[in-house]
Ligand binder design. Structure first.
Ligand code: AMP
Length: 280
């Protein structure tokens, strides 16, 4: 497994693989890798001849006052995990080589970025789409894998790739959870033991809403009330958003629709903001 820091060298390697006729998969990450990331790498391994993992804490997707400075950085363990799970290359650039002096381009996806995390984190998705388009151009994958944990991110990237005719398939991978239901996240390390004990309430609420949907409930207001109950019962938690939206347009829906409804939540535990979702 190669560790490549220089963007031009990464692109050269990627183009050489493609010229050999190899199928290349890319797994973009911000490091602090966990079993969720490793599932993406394993899926990539099954789909491609060469697997590249990018590890880059992208400053452009963090807002002022967010956790860019304290975001966990665990490169040695990440590299070991990538090797173990079958990556062929790690691309780990320095911020200055991704955004050199004079950089002034932003990729902006329209409507899909307006609600949910786009509303809570202004500019976040511009940072995501700008870096992901760069990573796709450098990594030259035929498939790039993203987790459903960040459902809005996945939908936004699918939209960008369609709108800009980027020749890559975007694949979504199911959310990997702890035994108690909490979605794995690099940010879970910020939780105090007390907060960690309460954190599974987010998934419990979402799972209860899904169960009600499967039992025939279609009113979004009812489903959201069910999802909200265990979260609101916890004094340590503050809901940032909890909404039912169309998976196609991310517009709010009054009635849930099989195959097309996303119920997404962002919840603060202290200063730590966790996201999770279910799809019907
Ligand atoms: P991050 O390093 O948090 O930017 O995540 C990199 C990729 O891993 C994104 O596509 C995430 O959606 C995905 N990911 C993060 N956590 C999970 C999880 N628990 N299950 C599945 N995918 C995940």
């Amino acid at each position: 497994m190669e560790i490549i820091k220089d963007p031009a060298a990464f692109q050269k390697q990627s183009l050489a693989w493609r010229a050999e006729g190899l199928r290349v998969a890319l797994v973009p990450t911000m490091g602090a890798l966990h079993a969720g990331h490793f599932k993406l790498i394993e899926c990539a391994r099954q789909m491609a001849d060469r697997v590249s993992v990018s590890i880059f804490v992208n400053p452009m997707q963090f807002g002022p006052g967010e956790d860019l400075g304290k975001y966990p950085r665990t490169f040695e363990a990440d590299a070991e995990g990538c090797r173990k799970h079958g990556a062929d290359a790690i691309f780990a650039p320095a911020p200055g080589s991704v955004y050199p002096a004079g950089f002034q381009t932003t990729v902006h996806v329209g409507g899909l970025t307006a609600p949910l995390c786009g509303k809570s984190r202004p500019g976040h998705f511009d940072g995501v789409t700008t870096v992901v388009l760069k990573l796709l151009l450098l990594g030259q994958p035929s498939v790039a894998l993203f987790g459903w944990k960040d459902a809005q991110q996945l939908l936004v990237i699918q939209r960008m790739v369609r709108d800009l005719d980027v020749p890559v398939a975007i694949m979504g991978v199911e959310i990997v959870r702890e035994a108690d239901g909490l979605a794995l996240s690099s940010r879970n390390v910020y939780l105090t033991p007390e907060q960690r004990a309460e954190a599974p309430r987010i998934q419990k609420g979402l799972a209860a809403a899904k169960k009600a949907f499967e039992g025939g409930e279609r009113e979004a207001a009812q489903l959201l009330a069910i999802a909200r109950a265990p979260i609101e019962a916890c004094p340590l938690m503050r809901i940032d958003y909890l909404e039912a939206r169309s998976m196609e347009t991310l517009e709010e829906v009054a009635r849930a629709d099989a195959g097309n409804t996303l119920v997404a939540a962002a919840v603060f535990l202290g200063t730590t903001r966790l996201i999770d979702n279910v799809r019907f």
